[in-house]
Write a protein that binds this ligand. Structure first.
Ligand code: ZN
Length: 432
């Protein structure tokens, strides 16, 4: 079986949350597909479905590569091909997981298998951890694996996870694709807002009902602009961008501290750019009412916040409380929701960071490498207490249209793109 057929096969396993048997079948498939890995590397299963591989090196240095086996569900009716068919057509492999994140799982293993077949022995120990619940918090996969490292006193020098890629057309004036390395990650926390009051019959309504007060609160939260924090990751990103800009944008982005108010205004209405500068808050769940003629006595709204490095989840919790204090609304923590502080900036000089940028330049010479702030959450956040050098980069080149395929319909990766992923991990791993 060649690499593309193997990749196509991997897509056929419906490894989404709840389909636990599919994960076991997928493990068996990996076992049969990569015989050398399973002979040479130690494999530990964590919580039944997570896989942790250990490729013992000669020094006491170690790195950890992360990827996840789980995929989000797919609505077959919307797709041009069945989402779990792994069909190969028009130069692409199609299916759920081809971009997020079975491409990483499979290409990492392909690279390792090839290196072993050539007799390569790593200097540092290489750990590879594949989670199974990244799309649903990562508590049983990534978090438990991080605890395993802590319990066994295993130190990790650097981690590489997904969370950024090579993006074409990120800003209008920039021609070359930018290889974004997520060197920091925003925190995430959700809180519940609770408004209580008298219920009653809707035929004789009173003012200031819980719904009315909650509506005011939601409007305030949606319009609220948290203070701008220029993080090191974003500052470095702006500096790289400035090299490709014309006057006056080049001067502005080269000196972001000086022109911060200007940048803030320019970015305010571009959601993804605004999110790089500040903590955001967004109401995502609203619960109230049972019948059309009954005034509910309790309204609950859930606010999802994404926290900029430099602030903490606690500060955001306090701020939410301040925002709704006069509306007699309580802000509470709910066990159901994750509260996770931001992950601070990793070193931009260490040996692994240099190897990462060198490898990107080798495989994607047309791209320009830049530090970046990862805005979404990745499995790697669960490892922040055991490693301070975490980098988020998947070696996939995408334009904005292709980016919408992640979690979307007709997800697919080009055969050429997938083969480059294998080359990338091969070159990276052969450096140490
Ligand atoms: Zn993913």
């Amino acid at each position: 079986m060649d690499q593309i057929t193997r990749f196509s096969e991997s897509i056929k396993f419906k490894t989404s949350a709840g389909n636990w048997d599919e994960f076991l079948k997928f493990h068996q498939f990996l076992y049969e597909s990569f015989p050398l890995i399973h002979k040479r590397l130690k494999v530990v299963k964590i919580n039944n479905y997570s896989l942790l591989y250990q490729w013992e090196g000669k020094t006491d240095e170690s790195i950890l590569l992360l990827a996840h086996m789980d995929v989000v569900p797919a609505n077959e009716k919307e797709w041009e091909v069945p989402p779990f068919s792994g069909v190969i057509k028009d130069g692409f492999v199609w299916g759920r997981g081809t971009l997020d994140d079975k491409c990483c799982v499979m290409s990492i293993l392909e690279a390792v298998e090839k290196l072993i077949s050539e007799g390569f022995e790593p200097k540092r120990t290489v750990y590879i951890a594949f989670g199974f619940d990244e799309e649903t918090k990562g508590y049983l996969g990534a978090r438990a694996t991080a605890q395993y490292f802590a319990q066994h006193n295993i130190k990790i020098d650097a981690i590489l996870d997904e969370g950024a890629a090579i993006i074409q057309g990120i800003l209008p004036q920039i021609d070359p694709p930018l290889a974004l390395i997520g060197v920091a990650e925003k925190g995430l926390a959700s809180y519940d807002l609770i408004a209580k009051g008298d219920g009653g019959h809707s035929s004789a309504p009173k003012r200031n009902s819980p719904i009315e007060r909650m509506a005011k609160a939601i409007q305030r939260i949606s319009r609220h602009r948290s203070k701008v924090h220029l993080t090191k990751a974003v500052e470095e990103f702006f500096r790289v961008c400035s090299r490709f800009m014309t006057f006056p944008s080049n001067i502005v982005l080269k000196n972001p501290k000086l022109f911060l108010p200007f940048i803030e205004r320019a970015f305010e209405d571009i959601p993804s750019a605004n999110a790089m500068l500040r903590t955001t808050m967004c109401v995502t769940i609203l619960n109230a009412g049972m019948a059309d003629n009954v005034i509910p006595d309790t309204v609950v709204a859930t606010v999802n916040t994404r926290i900029i490095p430099g602030e903490t989840a606690d500060q955001v919790f306090q701020r939410l409380g301040e925002l709704v204090k006069d509306l007699q609304i309580e802000v509470v923590k709910n066990e159901k929701w994750e509260i996770s502080d931001p992950v601070m900036c990793s070193s931009l000089q260490g040996a692994f960071f240099n190897e990462l940028t060198t490898t990107i330049n080798e495989i994607f010479p047309e791209s320009v490498v830049t530090p970046f702030l990862t805005i979404g959450g990745t499995d790697s956040r669960h490892y922040k207490s055991i490693c301070s050098n975490i980098y988020r980069f998947a070696p996939i080149k995408m334009n904005s249209q292709e980016m919408s395929l992640v979690h979307g319909k007709n997800e697919r990766i080009s055969i050429e793109g997938y083969m480059k992923m294998i080359d990338f991990y091969y070159n990276l791993l052969s450096k140490g």
